[in-house]
Write a protein that binds this ligand. Sequence first.
Ligand SMILES: Nc1ncnc2c1ncn2[C@@H]1O[C@H](COP(=O)(O)OP(=O)(O)O)[C@@H](O)[C@H]1O
Ligand SMILES: [Mg+2]
Length: 406
Amino acid sequence: MSIGPRTGGVKAEAMEPEGLSEREEHFCSLARESGYLDETAFEEAMEIRRNRLAAGEGPTKLPTILREEGFLADDRYHELRRRVLERFPKERSIGGFRIDRKVGKGGMGIVYRAIRLEDEKVVAVKVLGDHFKHDPKLVERFVREFRAISSVRHANLVEGHDAGCEDEVYYYAMEFVDGESVKERVLRDGRFEIKEAVRIAQCVARALDAIHGAGFLHRDVKSSNVLLSEEGEVKLSDLGLAMDLESDSSLTRTGTGLGSADYSSPEQLKNAAGIDGRSDIYSLGVTLFEMLAGRVPFIAGSQASLIQRKLKEDAPDVGSFRPGIPARLRDLVNAMLSRKPEERPSEPAAVLAVLDAPLSERVLRRKTTARRRLKPRKKGGAGMWIALGALGMLAALALVVFLVAR
Ligand SMILES: Nc1ncnc2c1ncn2[C@@H]1O[C@H](COP(=O)(O)OP(=O)(O)O)[C@@H](O)[C@H]1O
Ligand SMILES: [Mg+2]
């Protein structure tokens, strides 16, 4: 089932023919041969499957139904699956994409480099984790957000290609960015050159401007979602996957949910449902802080104490971790990290206004250094006095020698 913007149709599954796939057929005939499945149980399971297909809800693979509904014990199910796999080895492909290699793993699933079969285009496919399965509400939201969000296009946004579901596994295909994330670079090289940090933050702020302009929030801005291509492009990824999941309890509680609390605004930690664009500004502030300081503003021993600190304490001054940072940039980062949303720049354009303006102090400082270097060196200086002193002493010594010799 494809739920991409081009192919569309969440209900597509409901329209699928009721016939079983080759794998399912084989599974059932093995189950019958082994005496694990009789006709009555088979028919009952088929009935459940038909109802689920009609409602567009729940797992519809017959082997899964047989196990979940208690027609087949777990050990028998696994034995049969192993035997099916021997006959039909799993292809490393999903939807219309051939999986090439794993490129990373995050809170929501695994990311692969993959090839779109239709045109051999290289893409990235994120296969969502198990917590997405069996939760029609989450899936419905995922589909809705994916569709809406993939309509936002911007040079600094990873483009969403397609989303779909195969064998009850949800996946999301997007533009492949050949390079690394800001997080990976910080972990390897430490803090960034100020100029480079500013350039990257400008690109992310432009991407946020486009997202907010289209009426969405990103909700998961963080250094691992800022991808840097080998050509130096900056692309913000994972928009739309964040949705309102944080407020959906189990995901955050089990820690399988979104983003790490390192980047979330205090109000997002308190009540994710009520946030606005200034929450994304805070998260961009953390990302910019991390690029400048080589670390995030709050570090704590546990997730719970991290959240407590973020709610109760002001973020440290970025200038104390990066001396010599231009005052305008320092003030901007500190303002973006204000605990109160109303004390932050209200929108990405306000952040850009500061980042786009020449960071005057830095420019001034460069001019002063240049001027100092251009000044003619004073004749003499300390060196000259030392030389004169040495000459005087030599003369005195010569005089003593002359007098003694006489
Ligand atoms: N579109 C993409 N192109 C290339 N690599 C990607 C892409 N999206 C994610 N990755 C890689 O996969 C890793 C895991 O991504 P993700 O699952 O989004 O985890 P995270 O929660 O860290 O953002 C990222 O750190 C990045 O290296
Ligand atoms: Mg990501």
